[in-house]
Structures are given as C-alpha cells and as structure tokens.
Design a protein around this ligand. Structure first.
Ligand SMILES: [Fe+2]
Length: 608
C-alpha cells in the first residue's frame, strides 16, 4: 500500500523548511524563518514541521517516511577534503552524476527522531536530486529537461537532468569548487552585501552599472567553455578555506578592498554587479543550450538558488532554445524539503505522477499557515487596535480606492507563501502609476536601499498589454521588458544623471515598477490560485484602468516576511504603511494607539 504521509526536511545549511505530502499532494510547506523570525534560519525546522503536521491533522507517528534533503556525510567529506587540501580538482568538465539512494546512519537520525518524536524510517537524497525533484515533479510538464544551479550542496554545484513521467535522471554534474552560485556570492560579498541574501540586491543594482569588468572576469577568474562548464581560478577566492569569499588578489584585480557594508555605493559596485550578472547570464545560457542539445526536449525546469536570478531566467526564456520554462518558486534550499518528499513518493514508493496540462502542483505556492477571522479579531482586540470588519466586495472596493489614492496598504490574506517572494498573501501594495511610490516604499516602508526596484502584480490576461512576456510568471521569477509603447525615453539631461539618481526619472506609465533598464519582475495573477488578490487588482483596474499593483513582501529589510496577524500588525505599526487589511478587517494607521517600539529594534533599523 502506498504510504499516506511523507515529511520532507531541509536544514542545517540555509533557509530550513518542512513540507508534508498526503497521498503525494502537497498539504503544507513553510520555512522555519517565518516562525522563529530569524531570516534564513538554518536550525532544525521544528516549528515548520509542527505546522505541517498540524495542517495535515496528524501526529508524527502517522508519518510513513521522513526525508532529508541532502547527505550530510558527503557534505562533511567535501568540507574535510577541502580542508586537508586533497579535494579532487575538477577540470570543469561535466561529470556523470553520483549514486542515488543512501540511508545514512548518523547523529542526524537521532536528532530528527528526537525533535519530531518520530520512530520510522528516515531517507536521505542528494542535494541536487532534491533540487531537481522540486523543479520537475510539481511542474506542469510530463517530460522536461532539468537544470539545477546553486552555491554548493555536497559536491555538485550544478546538474543536468531529464524527467519523464514519475522519475528523472541526473545526467551530468559540475563539482565544487567550480560554482556559479559561489562566483556570484563572491561579488555579493565584495560589493558589500550579505552572502546568501544579498545576491538579489546585486541583481537589482546591475542595471545601474556598465559591464566594464566582464573581460577581466573571463580573462582571470573563470575559464568558461562552450558547453557552459567552467573552472574558477581559486587564486582569487577565499571560500575554500577562509572565512571570506574573496582575497587580496581579488582586491588587487578590482582596485581595492571590498565595499564596507552600508557605506555609499559607487560606480565601481554598480559596474561589478553588472559585470557578474552578464557573466552569470552567459553561463546559464550556455548550460541550457547544452542541456537542450543533449535531451532534445521542449520544456525546461529550473531550481537551485541561482534559479532565483530572474533576470537570467528572462533571458533563458527569450533567447534560450527551450519552448517552455517552469521554475520552482522555492528554488533555494527551502525547496529541497519539498523535493525530497516528492522524490520519496515518486521514486522510492514508485507512485505515479498526475500532470494536469497547464497547471503546476504548487497551488500558487500558498502552502503556509492561514488564520481564521476569529483568530485575527482576538489578536486585534488584545492589542486594543481599532478596526472595521467589511464584507468581501466592500473590502476589495475600499482597498482599491485607497491604493488609487496613493495609500500604501499592508495586505494579509489566506495561506502564507512558500519561497522567498510575496505573491499576494503577505504583501505590501501600492499604486504603480505613482512616480513617488518607489522612493517612498523603499525608504519609509521597507527601510532599505533606495536603488531597489519593486515588482508588479498584473492580471494574467492583461500582462501582454504591459510587458513583453509570452508566458505566465506566477512566482515572480521572470524579468521582462515593459512594453515599448509604455516606455518614456530618457532625455539627454536624464542620461547624464549619475547611477542611482536616474531612479527618480519617470520611465513609463507604471514608473514604480519599471526598473532603470525598462525591465520589470512580473507576477501574473490568476483567479484560481488567489481569487481575493485577483479581484482586488480587478477593482483597482475598474477605478484606474490599470490592472497592475506594486507588490513587495510584507516585511522590513533584514526581517523574514510576516507570518501571523501579530507579525503583520507589528510591521504595520513600525512602518509608514497607511492601511492594513488582515483577513476581513481594515485598519487605519491614523486611528491606531501609539506603538511603543523596543530600543533594540530602533537601533537595528535605524529609526529616529
Ligand atoms: Fe542548494
């Protein structure tokens, strides 16, 4: 008999998570950081696992299997061999992928059993197998080529695969220390951002710069081959044995030490960001061309941390050889929890896979906790927070009206998203037509760097009126150009402005979501996965003729996305969000009692 419940776990590296399957379908998935409020929390995902069990209405004893997303022994071997200086140096050619199942008997078994109160079997998959499983199994494709690219797991840093029906095989791998993720992270570190989370900022900064360092990167740092494999020149990096990503040789190559975090950004950082982005896109494009040649397939699935590089994804879609592209929304290591669970279901238990054409298995990525109106109201009452309860139509109309009046609205509705992007369940929303919105939301609401772009949510059916995008982008993982006819060309005077100053130049009729290079990181919204959000945008369109909203994650810089009504209310009160909609309740900032902020929080987020 098929096992009913399988729990997948990803932990101890970055972004721990848990995922529960019931009869192969995803019941729940969530990242530990959302519960512990520690960004990228890598601890054992006890809270996330408990939530998953609760969502399934089961006890740990009812689990048939627990799966762990990588093989700690292999990872340990890599770390040890690197430390001892005996790691086999690859020559950048792709290798044949390693063995499949391994049942590890380790301290980890004990730890998992103790934490969960679970006595059954624990299975381990390889890191890139988990990524590949998370890319292929929930995809809307019966057959697809698979590409996973990240920093590193055990040994692999990228893998090629081919999926058919209920299984896939990994064909080739690239191995540590030749890693595209780590090359990108090295530049993230060097430009003064945090490794593992700041990569996104580098990507956002890139359009402000010129690709002046591309040649030197190719000449000195990376030996890139036609097939997309490469060797990194380790003389310039320090991640093998040191505590930093780059070393003195890297500093000399790029004319000085790394930027001090939080210090002023200069043209050098922008040019470096642009240059590493260009190289990253080229490597990815070569990889997908090779993968296409070798598999001859039409569809491509992506996962691994580098698959969050939505600028590269957009180019793969537009310029690559594959006809269709699907990207796992939790492409980073959190998604490994989902991958290993599905791997157990399909490969280990040999269960079939039912693909509904045109529809993926992620349920819009709304796989986290939801809260009933009673729970929300009880919290608001406990805070003495004045609120108004509105029926659905009235709430949506009022919210659309507030947005059209350039108010910033915190939007908390339904199940929390799985993965790094807010998709209209835990979002802060604004009017994309407003020329002031980008600066206002960056500085007064998110307390983050002014250069960072915001993303648009657009009704799926209307996306073609605004963006050069030939497919759905439900998870905000594709960057596409804003339609030519909506662009406002820069004057000579504007062009002379320095880097970040160009941000305030209105570049389209939706300036708040149009990046400096006329691109946008699009989320296409469908009614079947999120009817409330879809209907809200429809109301906004009815009022304004614009079926687009600014959608940014509901959090401030450095903080995980809000999970509970309490997190949402705190974030609302700490920032200049004007209105909060939490379930059926509307809260007006001007009517709230005074918020007493802790000194620690004020220091951390530099509020006065
Ligand atoms: Fe990974």
């Amino acid at each position: 008999m098929a096992p009913r419940y399988i729990l997948g776990i990803s932990a101890f590296y970055h972004d721990s998570a848990a995922c529960l399957l019931e009869d192969g379908a995803i019941v729940a998935a969530a990242q530990e950081e959302r519960f512990t409020r520690k960004k990228g929390d890598a601890a054992f995902p006890l809270h996330a696992a408990r939530y998953c069990l609760q969502a399934g209405g089961i006890a740990a004893s009812q689990l048939a299997y627990v799966g762990f997303y990588d093989k700690p022994l292999l990872k340990f071997e890599r770390i040890l061999e690197t430390y001892l200086g005996v790691a086999p140096r690859g020559f950048g050619q792709f290798r044949i992928a390693g063995p499949l199942w391994m049942k590890e008997k380790l301290f980890l078994d004990r730890e998992i059993r103790r934490a969960l109160g679970y006595e059954g079997e624990i299975l381990y998959a390889e890191h890139h197998e988990s990524h590949a499983a998370s890319a292929f199994f929930p995809s809307p494709f019966e057959q697809a080529a698979i590409l996973t690219v990240d920093g590193v797991g055990e040994w692999a840093t990228a893998s090629f695969g081919a999926g058919r029906g209920n299984d896939f095989e990994l064909l080739q791998e690239l191995h540590w220390p030749d890693s595209l993720g780590l090359l990108y992270s090295a530049f993230t570190y060097y430009t003064g951002f945090k490794v593992n989370s700041g990569e996104y900022k580098v990507m956002g900064l890139a359009p402000y710069g010129e690709p002046n360092y591309v040649d030197v990167i190719y000449r000195t740092l990376i030996d890139l081959r036609e097939d997309g494999s490469f060797t990194l020149n380790q003389e310039y990096f320090n991640y093998l044995t040191g505590l930093t990503m780059t070393n003195g040789a890297f500093d000399r190559l790029f004319g000085g030490p790394p930027r001090v975090p939080e210090s002023k950004l200069t043209q050098r950082e922008m040019d470096l960001a642009r240059s590493v982005q260009v190289v990253c896109e080229e490597v990815m494009l070569r990889m997908v061309r090779t993968l296409h040649r070798e598999t001859g397939m039409d569809n491509l699935c992506l996962a691994g941390g580098v698959a969050l590089n939505c600028v590269a994804n957009g180019r793969i879609l537009r310029e690559g050889p594959f006809r269709r592209l699907w990207i796992q929304p939790a492409a980073g290591d959190a998604g490994g929890a989902l991958g290993v669970a599905q791997l157990i279901w399909h490969r280990y238990c040999k269960q079939p896979r039912n693909v509904a054409p045109g529809r993926d298995g992620m349920q819009g990525a709304y796989l986290g906790p939801a809260f009933s109106p009673q729970e929300i109201e009880a919290y608001l009452v406990s805070q003495g927070a004045p609120y108004e309860r509105l029926e659905r139509g009235c709430l949506l109309r009022q919210a659309a009206r507030l947005l059209a009046d350039e108010k910033v609205v915190g939007w908390f509705d339904g199940r929390m998203e799985f993965g790094p992007r807010a998709l209209g369940a835990r979002s802060i929303l604004g009017d994309p037509r407003s020329p002031r919105m980008q600066a206002q939301m960056n500085l007064k609401i998110k307390f983050r760097e002014g250069f960072r772009p915001f993303a648009p949510s657009v009704l799926r059916e209307r996306a073609g009126e605004y963006f050069e995008l030939a497919c759905d982008s439900p998870y905000m993982l594709l960057v596409a150009p804003v339609k030519q006819e909506r662009q406002i060309p820069m004057s000579d005077e504007h062009r002379r402005l320095w880097g970040i100053e160009q941000l305030n130049v209105v570049r389209s009729d939706i300036p708040a979501v149009t990046h400096i290079d006329y691109s946008a990181r699009v989320q296409t919204v469908t009614r079947d996965t999120n009817p409330n959000y879809y209907d809200l945008i429809t109301e906004f369109d009815r009022l304004t003729g614009c079926p687009v909203l600014v959608n940014t994650s509901f959090n401030v810089r450095g903080e995980p996305i809000v999970c509970t009504p309490a997190d949402a209310y705190r974030c609302f009160m700490r920032t200049n969000i004007d209105y909060l909609i939490v379930g059926p309740f509307l809260l007006d900032k001007t009517q709230q009692p005074e918020w007493k902020e802790s000194e620690d929080w004020k220091r951390e987020f530099q509020l006065d």
